[in-house]
Design a protein around this ligand. Structure first.
Ligand SMILES: NC(=O)c1ccc[n+]([C@@H]2O[C@H](COP(=O)([O-])OP(=O)(O)OC[C@H]3O[C@@H](n4cnc5c(N)ncnc54)[C@H](OP(=O)(O)O)[C@@H]3O)[C@@H](O)[C@H]2O)c1
Length: 288
């Protein structure tokens, strides 16, 4: 059994994926814009992830833009049969690196074709529609129009499964009336726990919840509790943060991002870290 397997699996679309996966956003240049400083390191991270048992990779064609998908293709194509590549659509990048909503019918169709071309695929396994009523956090508003376009692309055979990102419970309910929703990707980690109830609701329905910024994102989590626990257990604070998420709910799938093979190895080793109930209680106190 590989290290990654020790965290178990959960169904994502047609596949049972290992709960410890990988998020590819950090492979682009600074600010998720342009090429990486060290392209060889980016290829090495992806190859090491898959060789270690990762079979769930999160990406988007607007990372770079195009760069991250092109690196994934170069590193891993032809893809292993069990690898689930999850991408997301609904934004484009300005010349200055800004994130611009791109939710018109033509933009969504273009985004699916861009992902297909840059990943070298004929069908995208999972496409998350990312709501953009607020770029930084879920905000109410109808997702019916863009989701209907994505469902049409699914019917045309270009997309196998549909997920949602940056969405409210109301939008998830609306989405589930329009089509099958196979995963939800929102902001959550040991310190940011606003979505505890949503995670439990999705768990009851067997829908994976994929927290983005599991390590805190661009400014990784810093907490004396996390550091104290890590020191006592002889592991790193990032490993504790990931182990806490794995224990939080069986439907949580992890996609920690890194541009470093050393950090990747450290993160994947969290699959083997079991936290005692008293430690979990201590970590629960970190929530802001
Ligand atoms: N749906 C959405 O709106 C959305 C938004 C953001 C992200 N995402 C997805 O979620 C994935 C995860 O989010 P993320 O990558 O932004 O944030 P993250 O996984 O919370 O953290 C990544 C940051 O932590 C650092 N890091 C990783 N492992 C480390 C370790 N072991 N020790 C110390 N530092 C470590 C990385 O730097 P190094 O490169 O130096 O390791 C990077 O700065 C992304 O890759 C992307 O696929 C989705």
């Amino acid at each position: 059994m590989s290290t990654v397997n020790s965290a178990g699996t959960f169904k994502l679309g047609n596949h049972n994926v290992n709960r410890l996966g990988y998020g590819a956003m950090q492979l682009a240049g600074p600010g998720v814009f342009g090429p990486p400083k060290d392209p060889k390191a980016a290829l090495a991270v992806l190859r090491e992830a898959v060789a270690s048992g990762v079979n769930h990779i999160d990406t988007a064609d607007f990372y770079g833009p195009h760069v991250t998908n092109q690196i994934i293709r170069e590193a891993l194509h032809p893809y292993p049969d069990d690898l689930v590549l999850v991408t997301k659509i609904s934004a484009r990048r300005g010349a200055d690196g800004s994130w611009i909503p791109a939710l018109s019918r033509n933009e969504l169709i273009q985004a699916v074709h861009d992902n297909l071309r840059n990943l070298g695929l004929e069908v995208l396994d999972v496409v998350n529609l990312r709501s953009m009523f607020n770029v930084h956090h879920p905000a109410e508003g109808s997702i019916e129009a863009p989701l209907t376009v994505l469902a049409e692309l699914q019917q045309q055979g270009l997309v196998r499964h549909i997920g949602l990102s940056n969405v409210t419970p109301t939008q998830i309910a609306q989405g589930r009336k329009l089509c099958d929703i196979v995963c939800v990707q929102n902001h959550y980690n040991v310190a940011q726990r606003a979505e505890d109830a949503l995670i439990d609701d999705l768990a009851r329905d067997g829908i994976p919840y994929v927290p983005y910024f599991p390590l805190g994102g661009f400014t990784p989590l810093q907490s004396s509790t996390l550091s104290d626990v890590a020191a006592r257990l002889g592991v790193t604070p990032m490993q504790v943060a990931l182990a806490w998420l794995l224990r939080r709910s069986a439907n949580i799938l992890l996609i920690p991002g890194t541009s470093s093979v050393a950090h990747l190895r450290e993160n994947l080793a969290a699959a083997q870290l079991t936290l005692a109930p008293s430690v979990v209680q201590e970590l629960d106190g970190i929530a802001v």
